[in-house]
Design a protein around this ligand. Structure first.
Ligand code: FHN
Length: 463
C-alpha cells in the first residue's frame, strides 16, 4: 500500500476513533440511577409501604363501551382495532358528558378497597386529554359538553382522603399530527402502523415539545403527584434513536425539577426508571428491583359493557399476596363508563378485597418479601415479612392443622392468627430441628388465613 494511502487510512481511522469517542459522550444517557437528586429508595418509601393501587383507564373509548359496527370485544384500543379515522373518532367528544362522575365516590371506593394510590389516564393512545390542557382543544374542557376537569376534582379528593394521586400519560398519540406513524404499532390490521391523522411530514421534535408541555401541566397544576406512569413509547426510544433518548433524558431531568419526589416508571424507554411494570403477569420469584404488576379486573382496561369475565376477590387477594411476597406492588384496573360510573361488579370485588385487608393489611402494607429463608410446609408459598415477624399466607388450610417450621434458626417467640382479634397464641412444640405450630380445626377466614410468627429481631439491638 503506497505511503499516501497508508497516511490517508491512518488519518481516517483517527477521525473514526474521534467521532466514536465524541459521539459516545454526547449520546450516553445518564443511566446510572435515575439522575434524580433525591435517592430513589428515599422517595420510594411511600410506594413500598403502599403495595396496592387503583389503575383507572378512562377516555372517549368508554363511550363506545367496546362496540363498533357490531363487534363487541374492543377496549381502549378501539380506534386502532376498528380502524376509525380521526375525523370520525373526534365526534365522540361532542357527546362525552360524564355527569355521574363523582370524585369522592371513586376515591372512597379505592380507600375502602385498601388501595393507597390512584393512577389515572390523563391521555391514552387516542390522544384525547382527560385534563384541562392549554396546548390542545382536544381535551375534556374544550371539546365536550362536560367542560370540567375531572383531574382537578380527583386530585383534591385524593388530598382530602390521604390517597396518593398519580398520572398515566401515553407517549403514543393517534391524534397529534406530529406523532409519526412509524412509532405506532405495526400489526396484521395495520402493517404500516396507524394514526387518526397520518402525516408523512410528522416532526417528532414538535410532538415531543407538546408532550413535554403536557407533562409539565399535569405535574404543576394538580399538586403533589406520586408517579408519572408513561406508556407505550413504542420504538421511539430504541437504542438507535439517540436524539429521542436524549429528549427523554431531558424530560426526566425536568420532571425531577417539577416534582422531585415523583417516581417514574420504566416505560420511557427505561430512561429515568425508578421501578419496573410487569403487565398482566406476576414474576416467578423475588425481584431485586422495585416492581409493580398492573392487571385488569376483567379482559379489558377500558370499559366494555359486554365483558363480564371478572376476577374473583379471592383471585385478587391471591395476586396481591403473591406479588407482596415477591416484594412488589399491585396496580389493579377499573374501566369507568362514559357517564362516570365504576362498573358495579368492579365495586363489589374491590369491597370484598377491602374487607380482607381491613383485618389482614398488616401482612401486606410496608412488608418485604419473606423469601425462602426458612423451610416451611411445602404448600406455604407466600411469606411477607417485617423485622422480627413473618406472615405466612395460608390459602389452603393444612389438612393436619399443623405448620412445620424446619431449621428455624431465629429465637421463636410466638405465633397467632392475624384475623384473631384477641391474637391468642397458638400451641407450639419447639424441637431441635424446628417448630410445630398447632392450628385450630377450622380456619377463621374463607380466603387466606395469615399466621403471624414472631421471633427475636436480632437487628433490633444494633438499631
Ligand atoms: O396499550 C396499553 C394498554 O392499552 C394499557 O394501557 C396497558 C396498561 O398497562 N398498557 C399498554 C399495553 O402494554
Amino acid at each position: 500500500m503506497k505511503t499516501q494511502e497508508r497516511l490517508f487510512s491512518y488519518c481516517l481511522s483517527l477521525i473514526m476513533i474521534a467521532t466514536i469517542f465524541f459521539s459516545c459522550n454526547r449520546t450516553t444517557v445518564k443511566s446510572s440511577g435515575n439522575g434524580s437528586s433525591i435517592d430513589t429508595l428515599k422517595k420510594s418509601e411511600w410506594f413500598h409501604e403502599a403495595k396496592f393501587g387503583l389503575f383507572i383507564h378512562w377516555g372517549l373509548y368508554a363511550s363506545l363501551a367496546g362496540e363498533w359496527n357490531g363487534k363487541t370485544d374492543y377496549g381502549e384500543w378501539i380506534q386502532y382495532s376498528a380502524n376509525i379515522p380521526g375525523i370520525e373518532y373526534e365526534k365522540i367528544a361532542k357527546k362525552f358528558n360524564p355527569v355521574k362522575f363523582d370524585a369522592k365516590a371513586w376515591v372512597t371506593m379505592a380507600k375502602q378497597a385498601g388501595m393507597k394510590y390512584i393512577v389515572i389516564t390523563t391521555k391514552h393512545h387516542e390522544g384525547f386529554c382527560m385534563f384541562d390542557s392549554k396546548l390542545t382543544n382536544y381535551d375534556i374542557v374544550d371539546a365536550t359538553p362536560y367542560g370540567k376537569d375531572p383531574m382537578k376534582a380527583l386530585s383534591e379528593e385524593c388530598k382530602k382522603q390521604g390517597i396518593t394521586m398519580c398520572f398515566y400519560y401515553s407517549v403514543k398519540d393517534w391524534h397529534h399530527p406530529e406523532y409519526p406513524v412509524k412509532y405506532t404499532y405495526f400489526s396484521k390490521e395495520h402493517p404500516e402502523g396507524f394514526h387518526g391523522f397520518p402525516n408523512s411530514e410528522a416532526d417528532y421534535q414538535k410532538y415531543f415539545t407538546y408532550l413535554q408541555g403536557q407533562v409539565k401541566e399535569i405535574l404543576t397544576n394538580y399538586g403533589p403527584v406520586g408517579i408519572i406512569w408513561f406508556d407505550w413509547s413504542g420504538s421511539a426510544f430504541n437504542k438507535n434513536e439517540i436524539m429521542n433518548r436524549q429528549r427523554a433524558q431531558s424530560l426526566v431531568d425536568s420532571i425531577h425539577k417539577w416534582q422531585p419526589l415523583c417516581l417514574i416508571n420504566n416505560r420511557l424507554g427505561g430512561i429515568g426508571a425508578d421501578y419496573g411494570t410487569p403487565e398482566q403477569e406476576i414474576p416467578g420469584g423475588k425481584q431485586n428491583t422495585a416492581f409493580e404488576v398492573c392487571m385488569t379486573l376483567n379482559n379489558h382496561w377500558g370499559y366494555n359493557k359486554n365483558d363480564n369475565n371478572w376476577k374473583s376477590s379471592k383471585e385478587v387477594i391471591y395476586n396481591l399476596c403473591d406479588i407482596a411476597s415477591k416484594g412488589g406492588n399491585y396496580l389493579l384496573n377499573v374501566g369507568p363508563t362514559a357517564e362516570g360510573l365504576i362498573p358495579e361488579a368492579s365495586q363489589k370485588i374491590l369491597k370484598e378485597v377491602g374487607a380482607w385487608l381491613s383485618l389482614n393489611g398488616e401482612a401486606i402494607y410496608g412488608t418485604t418479601s419473606g423469601g425462602p429463608s426458612v423451610r416451611w410446609n411445602s404448600d406455604i408459598k407466600m411469606i411477607t415479612a417485617k423485622p422480627g415477624t413473618f406472615y405466612l399466607h395460608l390459602f389452603n388450610w393444612p389438612t393436619d392443622n399443623k405448620i412445620y417450621l424446619n431449621d428455624f434458626e431465629r429465637k421463636f417467640e410466638k405465633a397467632y392468627l392475624l384475623a384473631d382479634l384477641e391474637k391468642k397464641s397458638l400451641k407450639t412444640d419447639v424441637h431441635s430441628h424446628g417448630i410445630m405450630i398447632h392450628l385450630p380445626e377450622t380456619p377463621l377466614d374463607s380466603i387466606n388465613n395469615v399466621v403471624v410468627v414472631k421471633f427475636e429481631d436480632v437487628n433490633k439491638e444494633s438499631k
